[in-house]
Design a protein. Structure first.
Length: 366
């Protein structure tokens, strides 16, 4: 038995009981299976699938597995987006008039998350977890959040989870007593708003390799979420980027997303870039200023693809232009000259850093 400190997550379909009791099982069960499958597909390392409980997907992760709270929040959003997208597709692609197909829109999702201690144990061929914090996260599925706040689709975080995540997203305070736990302070995050933003989307700025002036490829024997975290979390970037003095991020929306600005103080120069497109665990694009020439900037795309053995990474930088549309090939040549030496050194360091973390986790499990 091993004791961990980390995140506990339950993704629970709302309206499940009413849906089953008022619908034809012949169509209701395949619909629910499809929705649950869409959610399970989003559960990957370092988040570990725990089990299914009827209408809910349960997962957990250790502290080492999720170094940043913004990545955990993005995971919650991706779970909801996958559910909502699948629900929308089911509605759009059916002409059936049975009660099950007609009532799909009544299904929704709530995500419950807590951060605390739990024991991981092997029970026959299965892994299970236990502890007071495991009980608490289950109790948190039974609240009056929708009635009190008016928010139907939500993520409910315990204050312990919010502190561990250290995020400043728009959260609504909520408190409820639970037997044996007393008053528990929690925070509510509106997932429907995140879904609307996802659907509306900003203008996409995905730079294809063929449209760039230089591309760097690398494979990592690590899961995609881990690589995303290392690429985007400022406290991690500072550890693996060679010659970096400090990395800070301006978060005008309270978190890293499109519109955020990075400032990387390097021994060679100050590098500033802002995020133009943000698609967690798939890619993000930025526009980086030429530190030596005022008003000139270049587009960049960091793209990730999950493989059977880990993650394929592609970085592409595009043509340099000033505000008047004048191209600067000198800026491109200098950027490529610097990056062709800089990136291999940096990503060697990143791989060592992440491998050390993975080794620590494996030692904990033995």
């Amino acid at each position: 038995m091993t004791t961990h400190t980390g995140y506990l997550l339950i993704a629970d379909i709302s309206g499940y009981t009413q849906f089953l009791t008022t619908s034809e099982l012949e169509h209701a069960n395949p619909i629910l299976q499809s929705l649950l499958s869409a959610m399970v597909e989003q559960v990957g390392e370092p988040l570990q699938f725990w089990k299914m409980e009827g209408d809910a997907v349960l997962a957990y992760s250790t502290q080492q597995g999720f170094p940043t709270g913004e990545t955990f929040l993005a995971t919650c959003e991706n779970l909801y987006n996958a559910f909502a997208t699948r629900r929308q597709n089911i509605i759009a692609n059916t002409t059936c008039t049975c009660q099950a197909c007609a009532n799909v829109n009544g299904l929704d999702l709530k995500i419950i998350a807590h951060h605390g201690e739990f024991d991981e144990m092997q029970v026959g061929p299965m892994k299970d977890i236990s502890g007071a914090d495991v009980i608490l996260v289950h109790r948190m599925t039974k609240t009056e959040v929708s009635t009190v706040t008016g928010i139907r689709s939500y993520a409910l975080f315990s204050d312990a989870a919010v502190r561990a995540m250290d995020i400043k997203a728009a959260l609504v305070p909520y408190t409820q007593p639970f037997e044996h736990f007393g008053e528990v302070n929690m925070q509510v995050y509106d997932l429907a708003k995140a879904w609307e933003s996802f659907r509306a989307g900003c203008e996409h700025y995905f730079l294809e390799e063929k449209d760039g002036v230089w591309t760097y490829h690398r494979h990592f024997d690590l899961p995609i979420v881990t690589i995303w975290d290392a690429l985007t979390a400022p406290e991690l970037k500072q550890r693996w980027m060679d010659g970096m003095i400090s990395v800070t991020v301006d978060r005008p929306k309270g978190r890293i997303t499109a519109g955020s600005g990075y400032h990387c103080a390097h021994k060679a120069a100050d590098f500033r870039y802002w995020v133009t497109d943000w698609q967690p665990f798939e890619y993000f694009s930025t526009r980086i200023h030429d530190p030596g020439r005022e008003g000139i900037s270049m587009p960049e795309t960091y793209s990730l693809t999950s493989t059977e053995t880990g993650t394929d990474f592609r970085y592409t930088i595009g043509q340099a232009y000033d505000a008047d549309g004048n191209r600067s090939e000198v800026s491109e040549q200098e950027a490529v000259g610097f990056l062709s030496e800089f990136w291999p050194i940096c990503f060697d360091e990143m791989e060592i850093m992440l491998s050390d973390v993975k080794e620590m986790e494996e030692q904990e499990l033995t």
